[in-house]
Design a binder for this molecule. Structure first.
Ligand SMILES: [Zn+2]
Ligand SMILES: [Zn+2]
Ligand SMILES: [Zn+2]
Length: 397
């Protein structure tokens, strides 16, 4: 099955307006990890980053300032850095977090070229803030974790995380000890994977190549960060609590449990739309196996018709099917209209014609996009072509 095209390069997200910068963050410190506590919605105990994030959302003192330089700016002469690194921190973040800490002297002013647009790393990347939270949690007397993050960022192998854009790359994932296969629905970019291993050292070696000598595939990084993205918090929480539990018990991390939790967070809900899901469970029509529907869209669109006893809806298999790779076919308003019309007319032929037509177009557009990806020209003309294909796909998805 072809992988459908990238939807679009989303606009850069700004952090939501929050509390004004605070003088210090002395008032916030993560409580010690307690595997038996269960203060939140999940059956799993929360790690320090999730507790921090939820405290922040609830208006509590997250302790970290609203950074004024999350977007690159030119002309600033007041950057600070950690010696011998490419790390940049703005005076607002430095004053709020480090100036009154024992680490105040670890930072140095640095004059970066003023014509170069630079963002505050501490304000714009979640990994430095996580490194800081873990430094507090483990009561570390050094800034080694921040240095680890800067080292990964500077690694020649690591392109920056592509964020919420779907791009062609060689991806990393986690091996599921239960299925003995890489978890292809949890794809992570090199930089995010190596950063996690650097921050949670007992998870070193966790991430593996998606496939042996694999071709680049078009995916989104599961660990990409945007300020309101709850899944980022949940994924990191699964990783952090797995690491913590192993430390507390003095045992190797429970990778089978972690894989199960990551799978739970990755598959089914919410709909992955045109992103391919590998090894997932799907609702499939008996007379039309090309019509694969995710659990969320099935519940929303098909199940109500099934409850009415509609014969088109009743043609779905009673149980879900595990498929090597599939995309949801019933998330767009256009396809939902077609499905409803087919149900009203009890017309499976009409539905079949429309589903197969969509499939053909999906394959054609995908092939075109892959060609452009492989050529990797990155010029204005290729960008125009990608845009044209993506908007063409929007009409058919
Ligand atoms: Zn900042
Ligand atoms: Zn990433
Ligand atoms: Zn769906």
């Amino acid at each position: 099955m072809p992988e459908p095209p990238q939807v679009k390069a989303a606009a850069v997200e700004q952090p939501s307006p929050a509390a004004p910068p605070r003088e210090t963050c002395d008032s916030w410190k993560p409580a010690p990890f307690d595997p038996k506590s269960s203060r939140f919605y999940s059956e799993r105990p929360a790690g320090s980053y999730r507790r921090f994030s939820e405290g922040n959302e609830a208006g509590g003192c997250g302790g970290l300032p609203e950074c004024p330089r999350t977007e690159p700016v030119t002309g600033m002469t007041d950057w600070l850095t950690l010696p011998r690194t490419g790390f940049n921190i703005c005076p607002t973040c430095y004053q709020a977090v480090f100036a009154k800490s024992e680490f105040r002297n670890h930072f140095q002013p640095i004059l970066r070229p003023t014509n170069e647009a630079i963002a505050c790393d501490f304000g714009s990347s979640p990994w430095y803030r996580i490194a800081w939270l873990l430094t507090l949690k483990h009561e570390r007397r050094d800034l080694r974790l921040l240095h680890h993050v800067t080292n990964v960022a500077a690694s020649p192998r690591g392109e920056p995380c592509p964020g919420n854009r779907k791009v062609a790359r060689n991806w990393l994932t986690v091996n599921d000890p239960y299925t003995k296969r890489p978890m292809t629905e949890f794809t992570v970019c090199y930089q995010c994977a190596m950063t996690v291993e650097a921050l949670l050292p007992n998870l070193a070696g966790l991430f593996v190549q998606l496939g042996p000598g694999s071709q680049p595939t078009r995916q989104v990084c599961a660990l990409h960060f945007t300020p309101k993205r709850r899944q980022f918090v949940q994924f990191f929480d699964a990783l952090e609590t797995t690491s913590d539990t192993a430390y507390t018990a003095g045992q190797a991390p429970d990778i089978a449990g972690l894989a199960q939790e990551l799978r739970r967070l990755s598959v089914g809900y919410p709909c992955r739309e045109d992103s391919p899901v590998h090894g997932g469970l799907w609702h499939v029509m008996q007379s039309l196996p090309e019509l694969t529907v995710c659990g969320a869209c099935f519940d929303e669109v098909v199940r109500p018709r099934l409850d009415e006893g509609n014969s088109v809806a009743q043609n779905f298999f009673m149980s879900t099917q595990r498929l090597p790779v599939a995309t949801c076919q019933l998330y767009s308003a256009r396809m939902r209209d077609i499905f409803q019309r087919a149900c009203r007319r009890r017309d499976r032929d009409y539905l079949e014609a429309k589903v197969l037509e969509r499939r053909t177009i999906e394959t054609d557009i995908y092939d075109e996009l892959l060609k452009l990806d492989r050529a990797a020209r990155n010029d204005a003309r290729s960008e125009k072509l990608v845009e044209r294909l993506v908007s063409e796909w929007k009409r058919w998805e």
